[in-house]
Design a protein around this ligand. Structure first.
Ligand code: GLN
Length: 444
């Protein structure tokens, strides 16, 4: 299997550019090692991993010059679990620097191209993982999602992306962006693969203090076409937002299919998602400004050569190592956390966060799932969004889910008139991955 995927990478990688590193030699070593793992569920299956998850001895750049030459001395828990299950790590995929972005154009190295149309972006920040799956350069991939970075690129590339419940998958070894929002999840060709990968990567990890204790489910149990009696909410306030008519039509057609299959679908009322977006762009930069303080030229990665003293070394390292978007977030986050502004911005955003979480809890008292589009449009053209705020808007439907900590999946639901894929988002209550998988499987 690995050889077939390697051939495929050789054929298309120069056009799509999904990978920062193809771990060829190591993959061969892994294969030898897995001769005795033939019975495992992922034996010999080539999986791509986003370049913000630590891989022992394999470069983990996070799409940043800051970590361009960083080789972690250990595996992230998810990588360890993939290895135990017999998977072959095919390579490390391109991403927006430190996962900040929605098009993968913030990578410090190069753009990834959408396999459906090479002039378009694959979405982001897990654009490399989504493009690699869509282009057949791996059987499945891992992404990370802080505000939509698994689901939005999955939607733009016509594949399946699941952001699990916060705490469901260990973040140990994931380079931190915004720790209270970050979550690792699978990007796959179909819903069945998503369930299989979840079986491998989910579960409690003592190395991650926010990881959830509890019995692990078998997600493949939910692979049945049965939504009869399931109650699904359509939030009117989300559908009233400004977004493409073709996206709307395609999502509503899928909703009709669920109705035909026996689901009860009703309009529900929720807080306008723009409040979640505003809160996200205070909370995520605030946490990022704290998390990224470790890149000071002393502990990790890049150290500027141009410095007369230590203080200048800090400044120059950050100046040379971080790209514009990362610098913007550090400045916004530091500002929002500073004394005098903390109450007005950070504290307020946290209060909005609680309201949004309560809003989801209220709906899930009566409904099994909520359906929205994954993104307001299909994939943007490369270099088309110069205004950061315009880029942030592509996360409007995905961000509230991270704010509330609930799980959500993007699945393909059609194409627009330019033949670009459209995705819909199925949102479930905490630990509702099973229900999501069940409804998604029905729609496939
Ligand atoms: N696009 C969002 C951002 O730039 C989300 C990124 C993510 O989920 N990692 O923050």
């Amino acid at each position: 299997i690995k050889e077939a995927y390697k051939d495929r990478i050789n054929q298309v990688e120069n056009k799509v550019k999904s990978y920062i590193t193809v771990t060829d030699k190591l993959a061969d070593e892994q294969l030898k090692e897995y001769e005795n793992k033939k019975e495992e569920i992922l034996a010999g299956i080539p999986i791509a991993v986003k370049d913000n998850m630590s891989t022992d001895g394999i470069k983990t750049s996070c799409g940043s010059k800051m970590l361009e030459n960083y080789n972690p001395p250990y595996d992230a828990t998810v990588v360890e679990k993939l290895n135990e299950a017999g998977a072959v790590i095919m390579g490390k995929t391109n991403m927006d620097e430190f996962a900040m972005g929605s098009s993968t154009e913030n990578s410090a190295f190069f753009n990834t191209h959408n396999p459906w149309n090479l002039n378009h972006a694959p979405g982001g920040s897990s654009g490399g993982s989504a493009a690699a799956v869509a282009a057949g350069e791996c059987a499945a991939a891992l992404g990370s999602d802080t505000g939509g970075s698994i689901r939005q690129p999955a939607s733009y590339c016509g594949v399946v992306g699941l952001k699990p419940t916060y705490g469901m998958v260990s973040r140990y070894g994931l380079v931190a962006f915004a720790s209270s929002l970050d979550q690792i999840g699978p990007i796959t060709k179909d819903v069945e693969d998503s369930a299989i990968l979840m079986n491998v990567i989910a579960g409690h990890d003592p190395k991650d203090s926010t990881s959830i204790k509890g019995k692990k489910e078998d997600y493949t149990d939910y692979l049945k076409e049965d939504v009869s009696g399931m109650k699904i909410g359509i939030p009117e306030e989300y559908f009233n937002l400004d977004f493409d008519q073709e996206v709307k039509d395609s999502v509503m057609a899928a909703v009709d299919k669920l109705k035909e299959a026996g689901a009860e679908v009703e309009t529900v009322h929720m807080t306008d998602a723009s409040y979640a977006l505003a809160a996200y762009y205070v909370i995520a930069p605030a946490e990022a400004s704290s998390n990224l303080a470790r890149y000071d030229g002393v502990r990790y990665g890049l150290r500027s050569e141009q410095a007369a003293d230590v203080s200048e070394m800090f400044t120059n390292t950050r100046h040379e190592g971080f790209g514009d978007e990362v610098k913007r977030r550090i400045m916004i986050g530091t500002y929002a956390l500073s004394s005098g502004y903390y109450d007005a911005y950070y504290l307020k955003a946290q209060k909005v966060r609680t309201l949004i979480k309560n809003d989801f809890d209220r709906i899930f008292n009566d409904y099994d799932l909520i359906i929205t589009p994954t993104a307001p449009t299909t994939a943007m053209e490369l270099n088309s969004k110069k205004d950061p705020l315009e880029m942030y808007y592509s996360d409007i439907f995905t961000v509230p889910i991270n704010i509330a900590g609930v799980p959500a999946m993007s699945i393909p639901c059609g194409f627009d008139s330019n033949q670009m894929p459209i995705g819909l988002q199925l949102i479930g209550p905490h630990f509702g991955e099973g229900k999501i998988i069940q409804a998604a499987y029905t729609l496939e």
